[in-house]
Design a protein around this ligand. Structure first.
Ligand SMILES: [Fe+2]
Length: 357
């Protein structure tokens, strides 16, 4: 049965001497190779660019571009190409150099038929092994990439899930009290707007938003009659309420991926002059996220109605908070809050006008 030509290994013979090309072609055709010939390295590169070859047998010494110079260029076109150098007695050093550059082997001219076909068969076998090794390496690399991406995705969704579980707890807790309803969501949005107003990077703004959602999660551990008590708290009750920061930190401590979010939650009741709690930090010792949350938290608390008092207007609230710059609040943060509120106030006004039409 005649084998289809396409299954024959394809070999490119490169030699500037026609008689060598023809003799080599004859031997290789008889051995079952499909042969293409090139009379120079330049032609060889053109042919390599046009079609795929399994092997290349090339002379070392040729005008314009030598066989040695051809090796790396040919491999750049096809990294799987098996290259055999045909070397004269004076060119052994060059042939050795070509092997360092990636040629498989070299043969001395004139090569015997057995030597030529044996060397080519061995080169083909090694080429097959190399291709298989590279294929497996590629598979492993691809698999590792896919797994890494999967893992990264799972990590991200776990992050989102763990944060949303805590958010749900906070929302459920706040929903029980009409005066607290939506407090954390509003603080989160306002704090994030202040962060943007201060020109913070998007990741930090997002961390501040998450911290806004979680900042009062510790209130779940505070007795309800104290939490909802109309009127001023006793010293004991106030000490109990302050505990919500520590309890909140205990709740979110296992969510280590939160990183700076934990610091922001920890610092949301610190005062700029060091008179706050739980650690009594002052000035820049307080994380920026903590200082922003403190301002947003105070603003929302004052502009919301409580069981024991009416809500204050935004202007009144800003006036009170302005007087607390340097004691409770960071001036830079307060100024950003003021700009955000006045901008939002203008938007509310536009919306009201629109609604009246
Ligand atoms: Fe709080």
């Amino acid at each position: 049965m005649i084998k289809p030509a396409t299954s024959d290994p394809r070999v490119l013979i490169v030699d500037d001497e026609e008689c060598v090309r023809t003799a080599t072609e004859l031997v290789l055709r008889r051995a079952g190779y499909a042969v293409v010939k090139a009379d120079s390295a330049t032609t060889a590169l053109e042919l390599l660019g046009q079609g795929s070859f399994d092997l290349m047998v090339t002379d070392v010494r040729m005008p314009h571009m030598s066989g040695v110079a051809l090796v790396p260029r040919a491999l750049a076109i096809d990294e799987d190409l098996a290259i055999i150098m045909l070397s004269g007695a004076n060119d052994i050093a060059s042939a050795t150099e070509a092997m360092k550059l990636g040629a498989f082997d070299y043969l001395m001219k004139p090569a015997s038929v057995d030597n030529l076909t044996g060397t080519l068969a061995e080169a083909l076998r090694r080429r097959g092994l190399n291709r298989e090794r590279r294929r497996v390496e590629r598979l492993i690399r691809d698999e590792v990439e896919v797994r890494t991406a999967d893992l990264e995705r799972e990590k991200r969704s776990l992050r989102t899930l763990s944060v949303s579980v805590v958010e749900t707890l906070v929302n459920a807790m706040e929903a029980k009290d009409i005066f607290l309803r939506g407090h954390s969501i509003r603080v989160a949005d306002l704090a994030a707007s202040i962060g943007e107003e201060l020109g913070l990077d998007p990741d930090t703004v997002e961390n501040i938003r998450v911290a806004g959602h979680l900042h009062d999660v510790g209130k779940m551990g505070i007795r309800e009659e104290v939490l909802n008590k109309p009127g001023p708290l006793t010293t004991e009750e106030f000490a109990h309420v302050k505990e919500h920061v520590r309890i909140g930190m205990d709740i979110i401590a296992p969510l280590r991926h939160l990183g700076p979010v934990q610091d922001y939650v920890h610092d949301h009741h610190e005062n700029f002059d060091g008179s706050g709690y739980p650690r009594g930090l002052a000035g820049m010792q307080i994380s920026l996220g903590g200082r922003i949350l403190a301002a947003a938290d105070a603003f929302d608390a004052m502009t919301s109605r409580r069981a024991y008092r009416d809500s204050m207007s935004q202007e009144e609230t800003l006036a009170v908070l302005g007087s607390e710059v340097g004691t409770k609040l960071d001036e830079r943060v307060f100024e950003a809050l003021r700009r955000v509120v006045s901008r939002n106030g203008a938007l509310t006004y536009i919306a009201d006008v629109g609604n009246r039409r």
